[in-house]
Write a protein that binds this ligand. Structure first.
Ligand SMILES: Nc1ncnc2c1ncn2[C@@H]1O[C@H](COP(=O)(O)OP(=O)(O)OP(=O)(O)O)[C@@H](O)[C@H]1O
Length: 610
């Protein structure tokens, strides 16, 4: 199954260009009518929204009378809908499912699972998350659900949930989906590997299916696409992954998902966009490019999701995100619905994020920024000069304990791109099958490396932080922090590549004097996750806390437990009582002090990021 442009590039007929693309003509079939089994009804005329009256659904989406000018209404939480101007244009934004056969995105799942069936770590144990503490705050927070069927996601989406073998919602899904379905903006923090992707995809897909009837797309604008939903992610690989997931969830729903990311030929992406797009998944840089070329308009956006939202709003990405969200033609907060998700949410970022939200709910599942207890964490004192031989010892031991003499999937994080190349080379010449991923590799190389790793063909992947966030690679048994990051949140995301979806995992960190500034937050994090903290690390921690505040702005007892809505903290100016109107804590959560998760967000953004 083609998973990216690398696969599909070969399939373009010679001489094909955008001229050929523009010749593709199709008539629009709205999402709710696509993929309907053939009926004896006469074929529908090219769809036009003219004459469609207002639409309302169970959740209170009330469409505006057709012909009203945008912006005219408010989202469903404000008891009205959204209508965009003009009539529908068949060429620029349409998608004719009659002419295009939808590829079954589930067909490869069984094969890839079988490749690993002899390895450990296969059982999903979401009971591990059952007694997890949950905090919600904001006005009139919709209650959680216990099952998917309690939520009106529609039969097609429910079928796909079953195809994905999701038996019950994870805690973040139990809370986030009803909040989003009710039309509320959401800032959601939940542990790595706990199912956040589905938590924002399900409501968006369901919302697109419902709103497609009440949303009119603008009149003929040559070659411009008008998505209804935008999902932004910080790396190319993560946007590819979200696209693949979203395609599974939206299979046979009639909702069309398109991805756009840097490093890949833009013409292929333009071609996909021209065939119609309901949900656009993108990296910020490529999206800005598309907007500047006037190939995408954001004026019909009803749903905006930022995955890894704290990364998207930190210093590296914030200007691009502000440009996309605030300075182009995207409807403002209160008109569009905005969903922000991450496993970490420093308070400074929460404060920034509030600019993008309206009357939002804050949701924290588990202690924000904590690692899950499913990951066994080890820290070893290793001098710089000994790191390679130490890694080799670990890999040998792992091989000896492995199943059928196979190397378990091991992800090794290093600080620099040069360091990644050098370590990959060294591992290979020492007989360990390794590959590498970092920002200086071509996109084709990056995707190939990831594929070889996922399939087990090259079971050791050396990576910079480009692979630290969001990537869901099943069966990663071991994450090694060969070089520790400077920021504890980066550590949390890195080790979160193992111990996912209720499975267990192992994370080993090599620590030495160069990492002294991380000692306090690392020791606190490990303690909180019921891990054994070596005495030497506690001594480092005691020393480092006496000469500086750590990244989480705490240092004092309780400062680590930062799962707090910043609006509860009056010292955050705008984010005081004025914003905050009640909260609810379940499962004994909330032992935090106001020290919280704040303390600046100045994590430097490396060039590894897209
Ligand atoms: N309800 C569910 N039942 C079973 N598996 C699920 C369920 N929801 C999600 N999963 C699986 O759990 C894994 C982790 O999900 P996902 O990648 O969305 O985690 P995440 O919270 O976004 O992690 P990260 O913080 O690292 O981005 C995926 O393989 C996904 O298919």
């Amino acid at each position: 199954m083609p998973t990216s442009w690398v696969d599909s590039v070969d399939k373009i007929p010679a001489g094909d260009d955008m001229g050929a693309v523009s010749r593709v003509k199709s008539s629009y079939v709205p999402p709710h009518l696509r993929n309907k089994p053939p009926s004896s009804d006469p074929p529908a005329a090219p769809f036009s929204y003219a004459g469609v009256a207002s639409v309302s659904d169970r959740q209170g989406h009330v469409g505006q009378p057709i012909g009203a000018n945008f912006p005219v209404g408010y989202r469903n939480d404000r008891s009205s809908g959204i209508t965009c101007p003009g009539g529908w244009n068949n060429r620029s934004g349409s998608w004719d499912r009659g002419k295009e056969r939808e590829v079954n995105p589930f067909k490869n799942d069984i094969d890839s699972e079988e490749a690993f069936c002899s390895q450990e770590n296969t059982g999903i144990n979401f009971d591990a998350y059952e007694d997890i503490p949950v905090e919600t705050s904001g006005r009139n927070v919709p209650p959680p659900v216990n099952t998917f069927v309690e939520i009106d996601l529609g039969e097609a989406l429910n079928r796909n949930i079953r195809r994905c073998k999701y038996v019950k919602p994870t805690p973040v899904q139990r809370y986030a989906i009803p909040i989003s379905i009710a039309g509320r903006d959401l800032m959601a923090c939940a542990q790595t590997g706990s199912g956040k992707t589905a938590a924002f995809c399900f409501p968006i897909i369901s919302g697109v299916m419902k709103s497609s009837q009440s949303t009119r797309r603008p009149p003929h604008v040559p070659r411009m696409s008008f998505p209804l939903a935008l999902i932004l992610a910080p790396t190319r690989e993560l946007s590819i992954q979200i696209h693949e997931e979203a395609k599974k969830f939206s299979y046979q729903t009639g909702v069309r998902v398109v991805v756009a990311y840097g490093g890949a030929p833009i013409n292929l992406q333009l071609r996909e966009l021209e065939r119609g797009v309901d949900i656009l998944v993108a990296t910020p840089g490529r999206l800005v490019d598309l907007l500047e070329r006037a190939r995408v308009s954001l004026q019909t956006i009803r749903f905006l999701a930022l995955d890894e939202a704290d990364r998207m709003l930190d210093m590296g990405f914030e200007p691009q995100i502000r440009k996309i969200v605030q300075r182009m033609d995207m409807p403002p907060p209160g008109i569009r619905q905005t969903l922000l998700f991450s496993a970490t949410f420093p308070k400074e970022i929460q404060r920034l994020a509030a600019d993008f939200l309206s009357n939002y709910v804050f949701l924290a599942v588990g202690r924000v920024g904590s690692s899950t207890d499913l990951i066994a964490q080890r820290v070893e004192y290793v001098l710089e000069t000994d790191k390679r031989s130490h890694l080799m010892d670990l890999l040998h031991a792992q091989l000896a304990n492995g199943v059928h003499g196979k190397q378990a999937l091991t992800l090794v994080f290093v600080e620099t791109k040069k360091g990644a190349d050098a370590l990959e080379h060294w591992l290979c010449i020492n007989g360990f099958p390794a590959t590498a991923i970092h920002g200086d590799r071509t996109q084709q190389e990056r995707e190939y490396a990831l594929r070889c790793f996922k399939s087990g063909k090259t079971p050791i992947l050396v990576a910079t932080d480009v692979a630290a966030r969001g990537l869901d690679i099943p069966h990663v048994a071991h994450v090694v922090n060969f070089d520790l990051p400077n920021d504890i949140d980066d550590y949390v995301h890195r080790i979160g590549r193992t111990g996912r979806a209720g499975k267990t995992g192992l994370a080993t960190a090599f620590f030495n004097e160069n990492n002294a500034s991380l000692a306090k937050s690392l020791a606190d994090l490990m303690q909180e996750a019921n891990q054994e903290v070596p005495a030497w690390l506690s001594r480092f921690a005691a020393r480092s806390s006496s000469y500086g505040k750590n990244r989480r702005g705490g240092g004092g007892a309780g400062g680590r437990f930062g799962g707090r809505d910043f609006r509860r903290d009056a010292s955050f100016g705008r984010g005081g009582i004025e914003y905050y109107d009640g909260g609810q804590i379940n499962g004994g959560y909330g032992s935090s002090s106001s020290g919280g998760n704040g303390g600046g967000y100045g994590a430097s953004v490396t060039s590894a990021w897209d």
